[in-house]
Write a protein that binds this ligand. Structure first.
Ligand SMILES: C[S@@+](CC[C@H](N)C(=O)[O-])C[C@H]1O[C@@H](n2cnc3c(N)ncnc32)[C@H](O)[C@@H]1O
Length: 218
């Protein structure tokens, strides 16, 4: 059913990424809940969480909740008290239950959802993962709203910036939103391209490090 390695040796990165983009929607899961990420980015997230030990992780767009559950298990195994707040416009992720995860169901761009997240964060800051509808306008708005939850030395991850590189919808997608955000907040954030160490990533230019010496600019 799947192509075999020995028959794919001439595949380009572009061809592999297209293929994976179709395939992973169906077959990549964590404990039965789908995770819409390629395995290399998943490993990079492990590195980031292990190195930065965030007390709070906000995932904007949780789909079936598989990735949030994995983060809950990882931070538990690391003996961190990390609180995970998963946002989604549908209630799909709520089938997943874990004491560290709180689901907020609704449109993340609204004041109502934002206020709920503020309440749950209780002044904690840490890491934010933006993985919602990937439209430029939505992404830019969400980055502006939620970057304040990222602590210095932690990451704001903008997912699926690969859309632009592969000419995949939405048009325009998240990469111009990242460029605009960095133009405005370059004193606070820097694109950390060392997180693209496997080359294969869905998030080129999407790993934004809050400068360790950044002051609260919000
Ligand atoms: C790409 S999926 C998320 C994948 C998930 N982070 C993972 O790693 O498996 C995008 C999710 O964002 C949700 N979404 C889209 N627009 C949203 C919005 N404005 N607010 C909250 N969630 C949104 C969708 O319902 C969908 O479940």
């Amino acid at each position: 059913m799947f192509p075999h390695f020995e028959n794919c040796l001439n595949m380009t990165l572009r061809e592999w990424t297209y293929w994976h983009n179709v395939m992973h929607r169906h077959y990549t899961t964590y404990l039965g809940s789908k995770v819409l990420k390629p395995p290399f980015d998943w490993l990079v997230m492990q590195d980031i969480i292990q190195e930065t030990r965030p007390p709070l992780i906000i995932e904007i767009g949780s789909f079936e909740g598989g990735f949030a559950l994995w983060m809950a298990h990882l931070t538990e195994a690391m003996s961190l008290g990390t609180r995970i707040v998963g946002l989604d416009i549908t209630d799909r992720p709520t089938k997943v239950n874990h004491p560290r995860i709180t689901w907020v169901i609704g449109d993340a761009t609204t004041d109502q959802v934002f206020r709920k997240v503020e309440e749950l964060a209780e002044n904690r800051r840490g890491m934010v993962i933006e993985d919602s509808d990937h439209k430029q306008h939505t992404t830019r708005k969400l980055l502006e709203m939620y970057y304040k939850f990222v602590s210095p030395g932690c990451y704001l991850v903008v997912e699926d910036t690969v859309c632009e590189c592969l000419s995949l919808p939405p048009f325009p997608g998240p990469l111009p939103a990242v460029r605009d955000f960095i133009q405005q907040h370059g004193d606070q954030f820097v694109i950390d391209r060392s997180r693209e160490k496997y080359i294969l990533t869905y998030n080129p230019m999407g790993y934004l490090l809050r400068r360790p010496d950044a002051q609260r600019g919000e």
